[in-house]
Ligand binder design. Sequence first.
Ligand code: NI
Length: 141
Amino acid sequence: MTVPIVDITHREDFSAAHRLHCDSLSAEENLALYGPCNTLHGHNYGVEVTLRGPVDPVTGMVINLVDLMRVMREEIFDACDHKFLNEDVPWLVGLVPTAEVLAIAFWDRVAARRSDLGDSEMTRVRVIESRNNFVDYHGPS
Ligand code: NI
């Protein structure tokens, strides 16, 4: 009998400030490249982490979503909520905090907690920056 494989996702939301600015470019180049995003501003972010794995025939679960929620709150929400991402989050300092860069950083944070997430495989981190803009990262290729 084949074991059903299911993707499960937990979402956390946080609010944070950021500024898109590349230190290796001039002020004029940064303004031309990033436009209004070169100015300090904020977003109400959504972050989704998707895990894939077999459904345990006894529990009916891939993993307990409470475990994924706890990891995401500790690694992402607690670190980023109501923070200035460019300066207040040590593992983002020196990076340009675009949604793409955040998705990669969040993946790494959650991946470092694999032992808390059972036998599941992480398949996607989605960072939703606004109603119209979001990015998906599927891990290092
Ligand atoms: Ni922005």
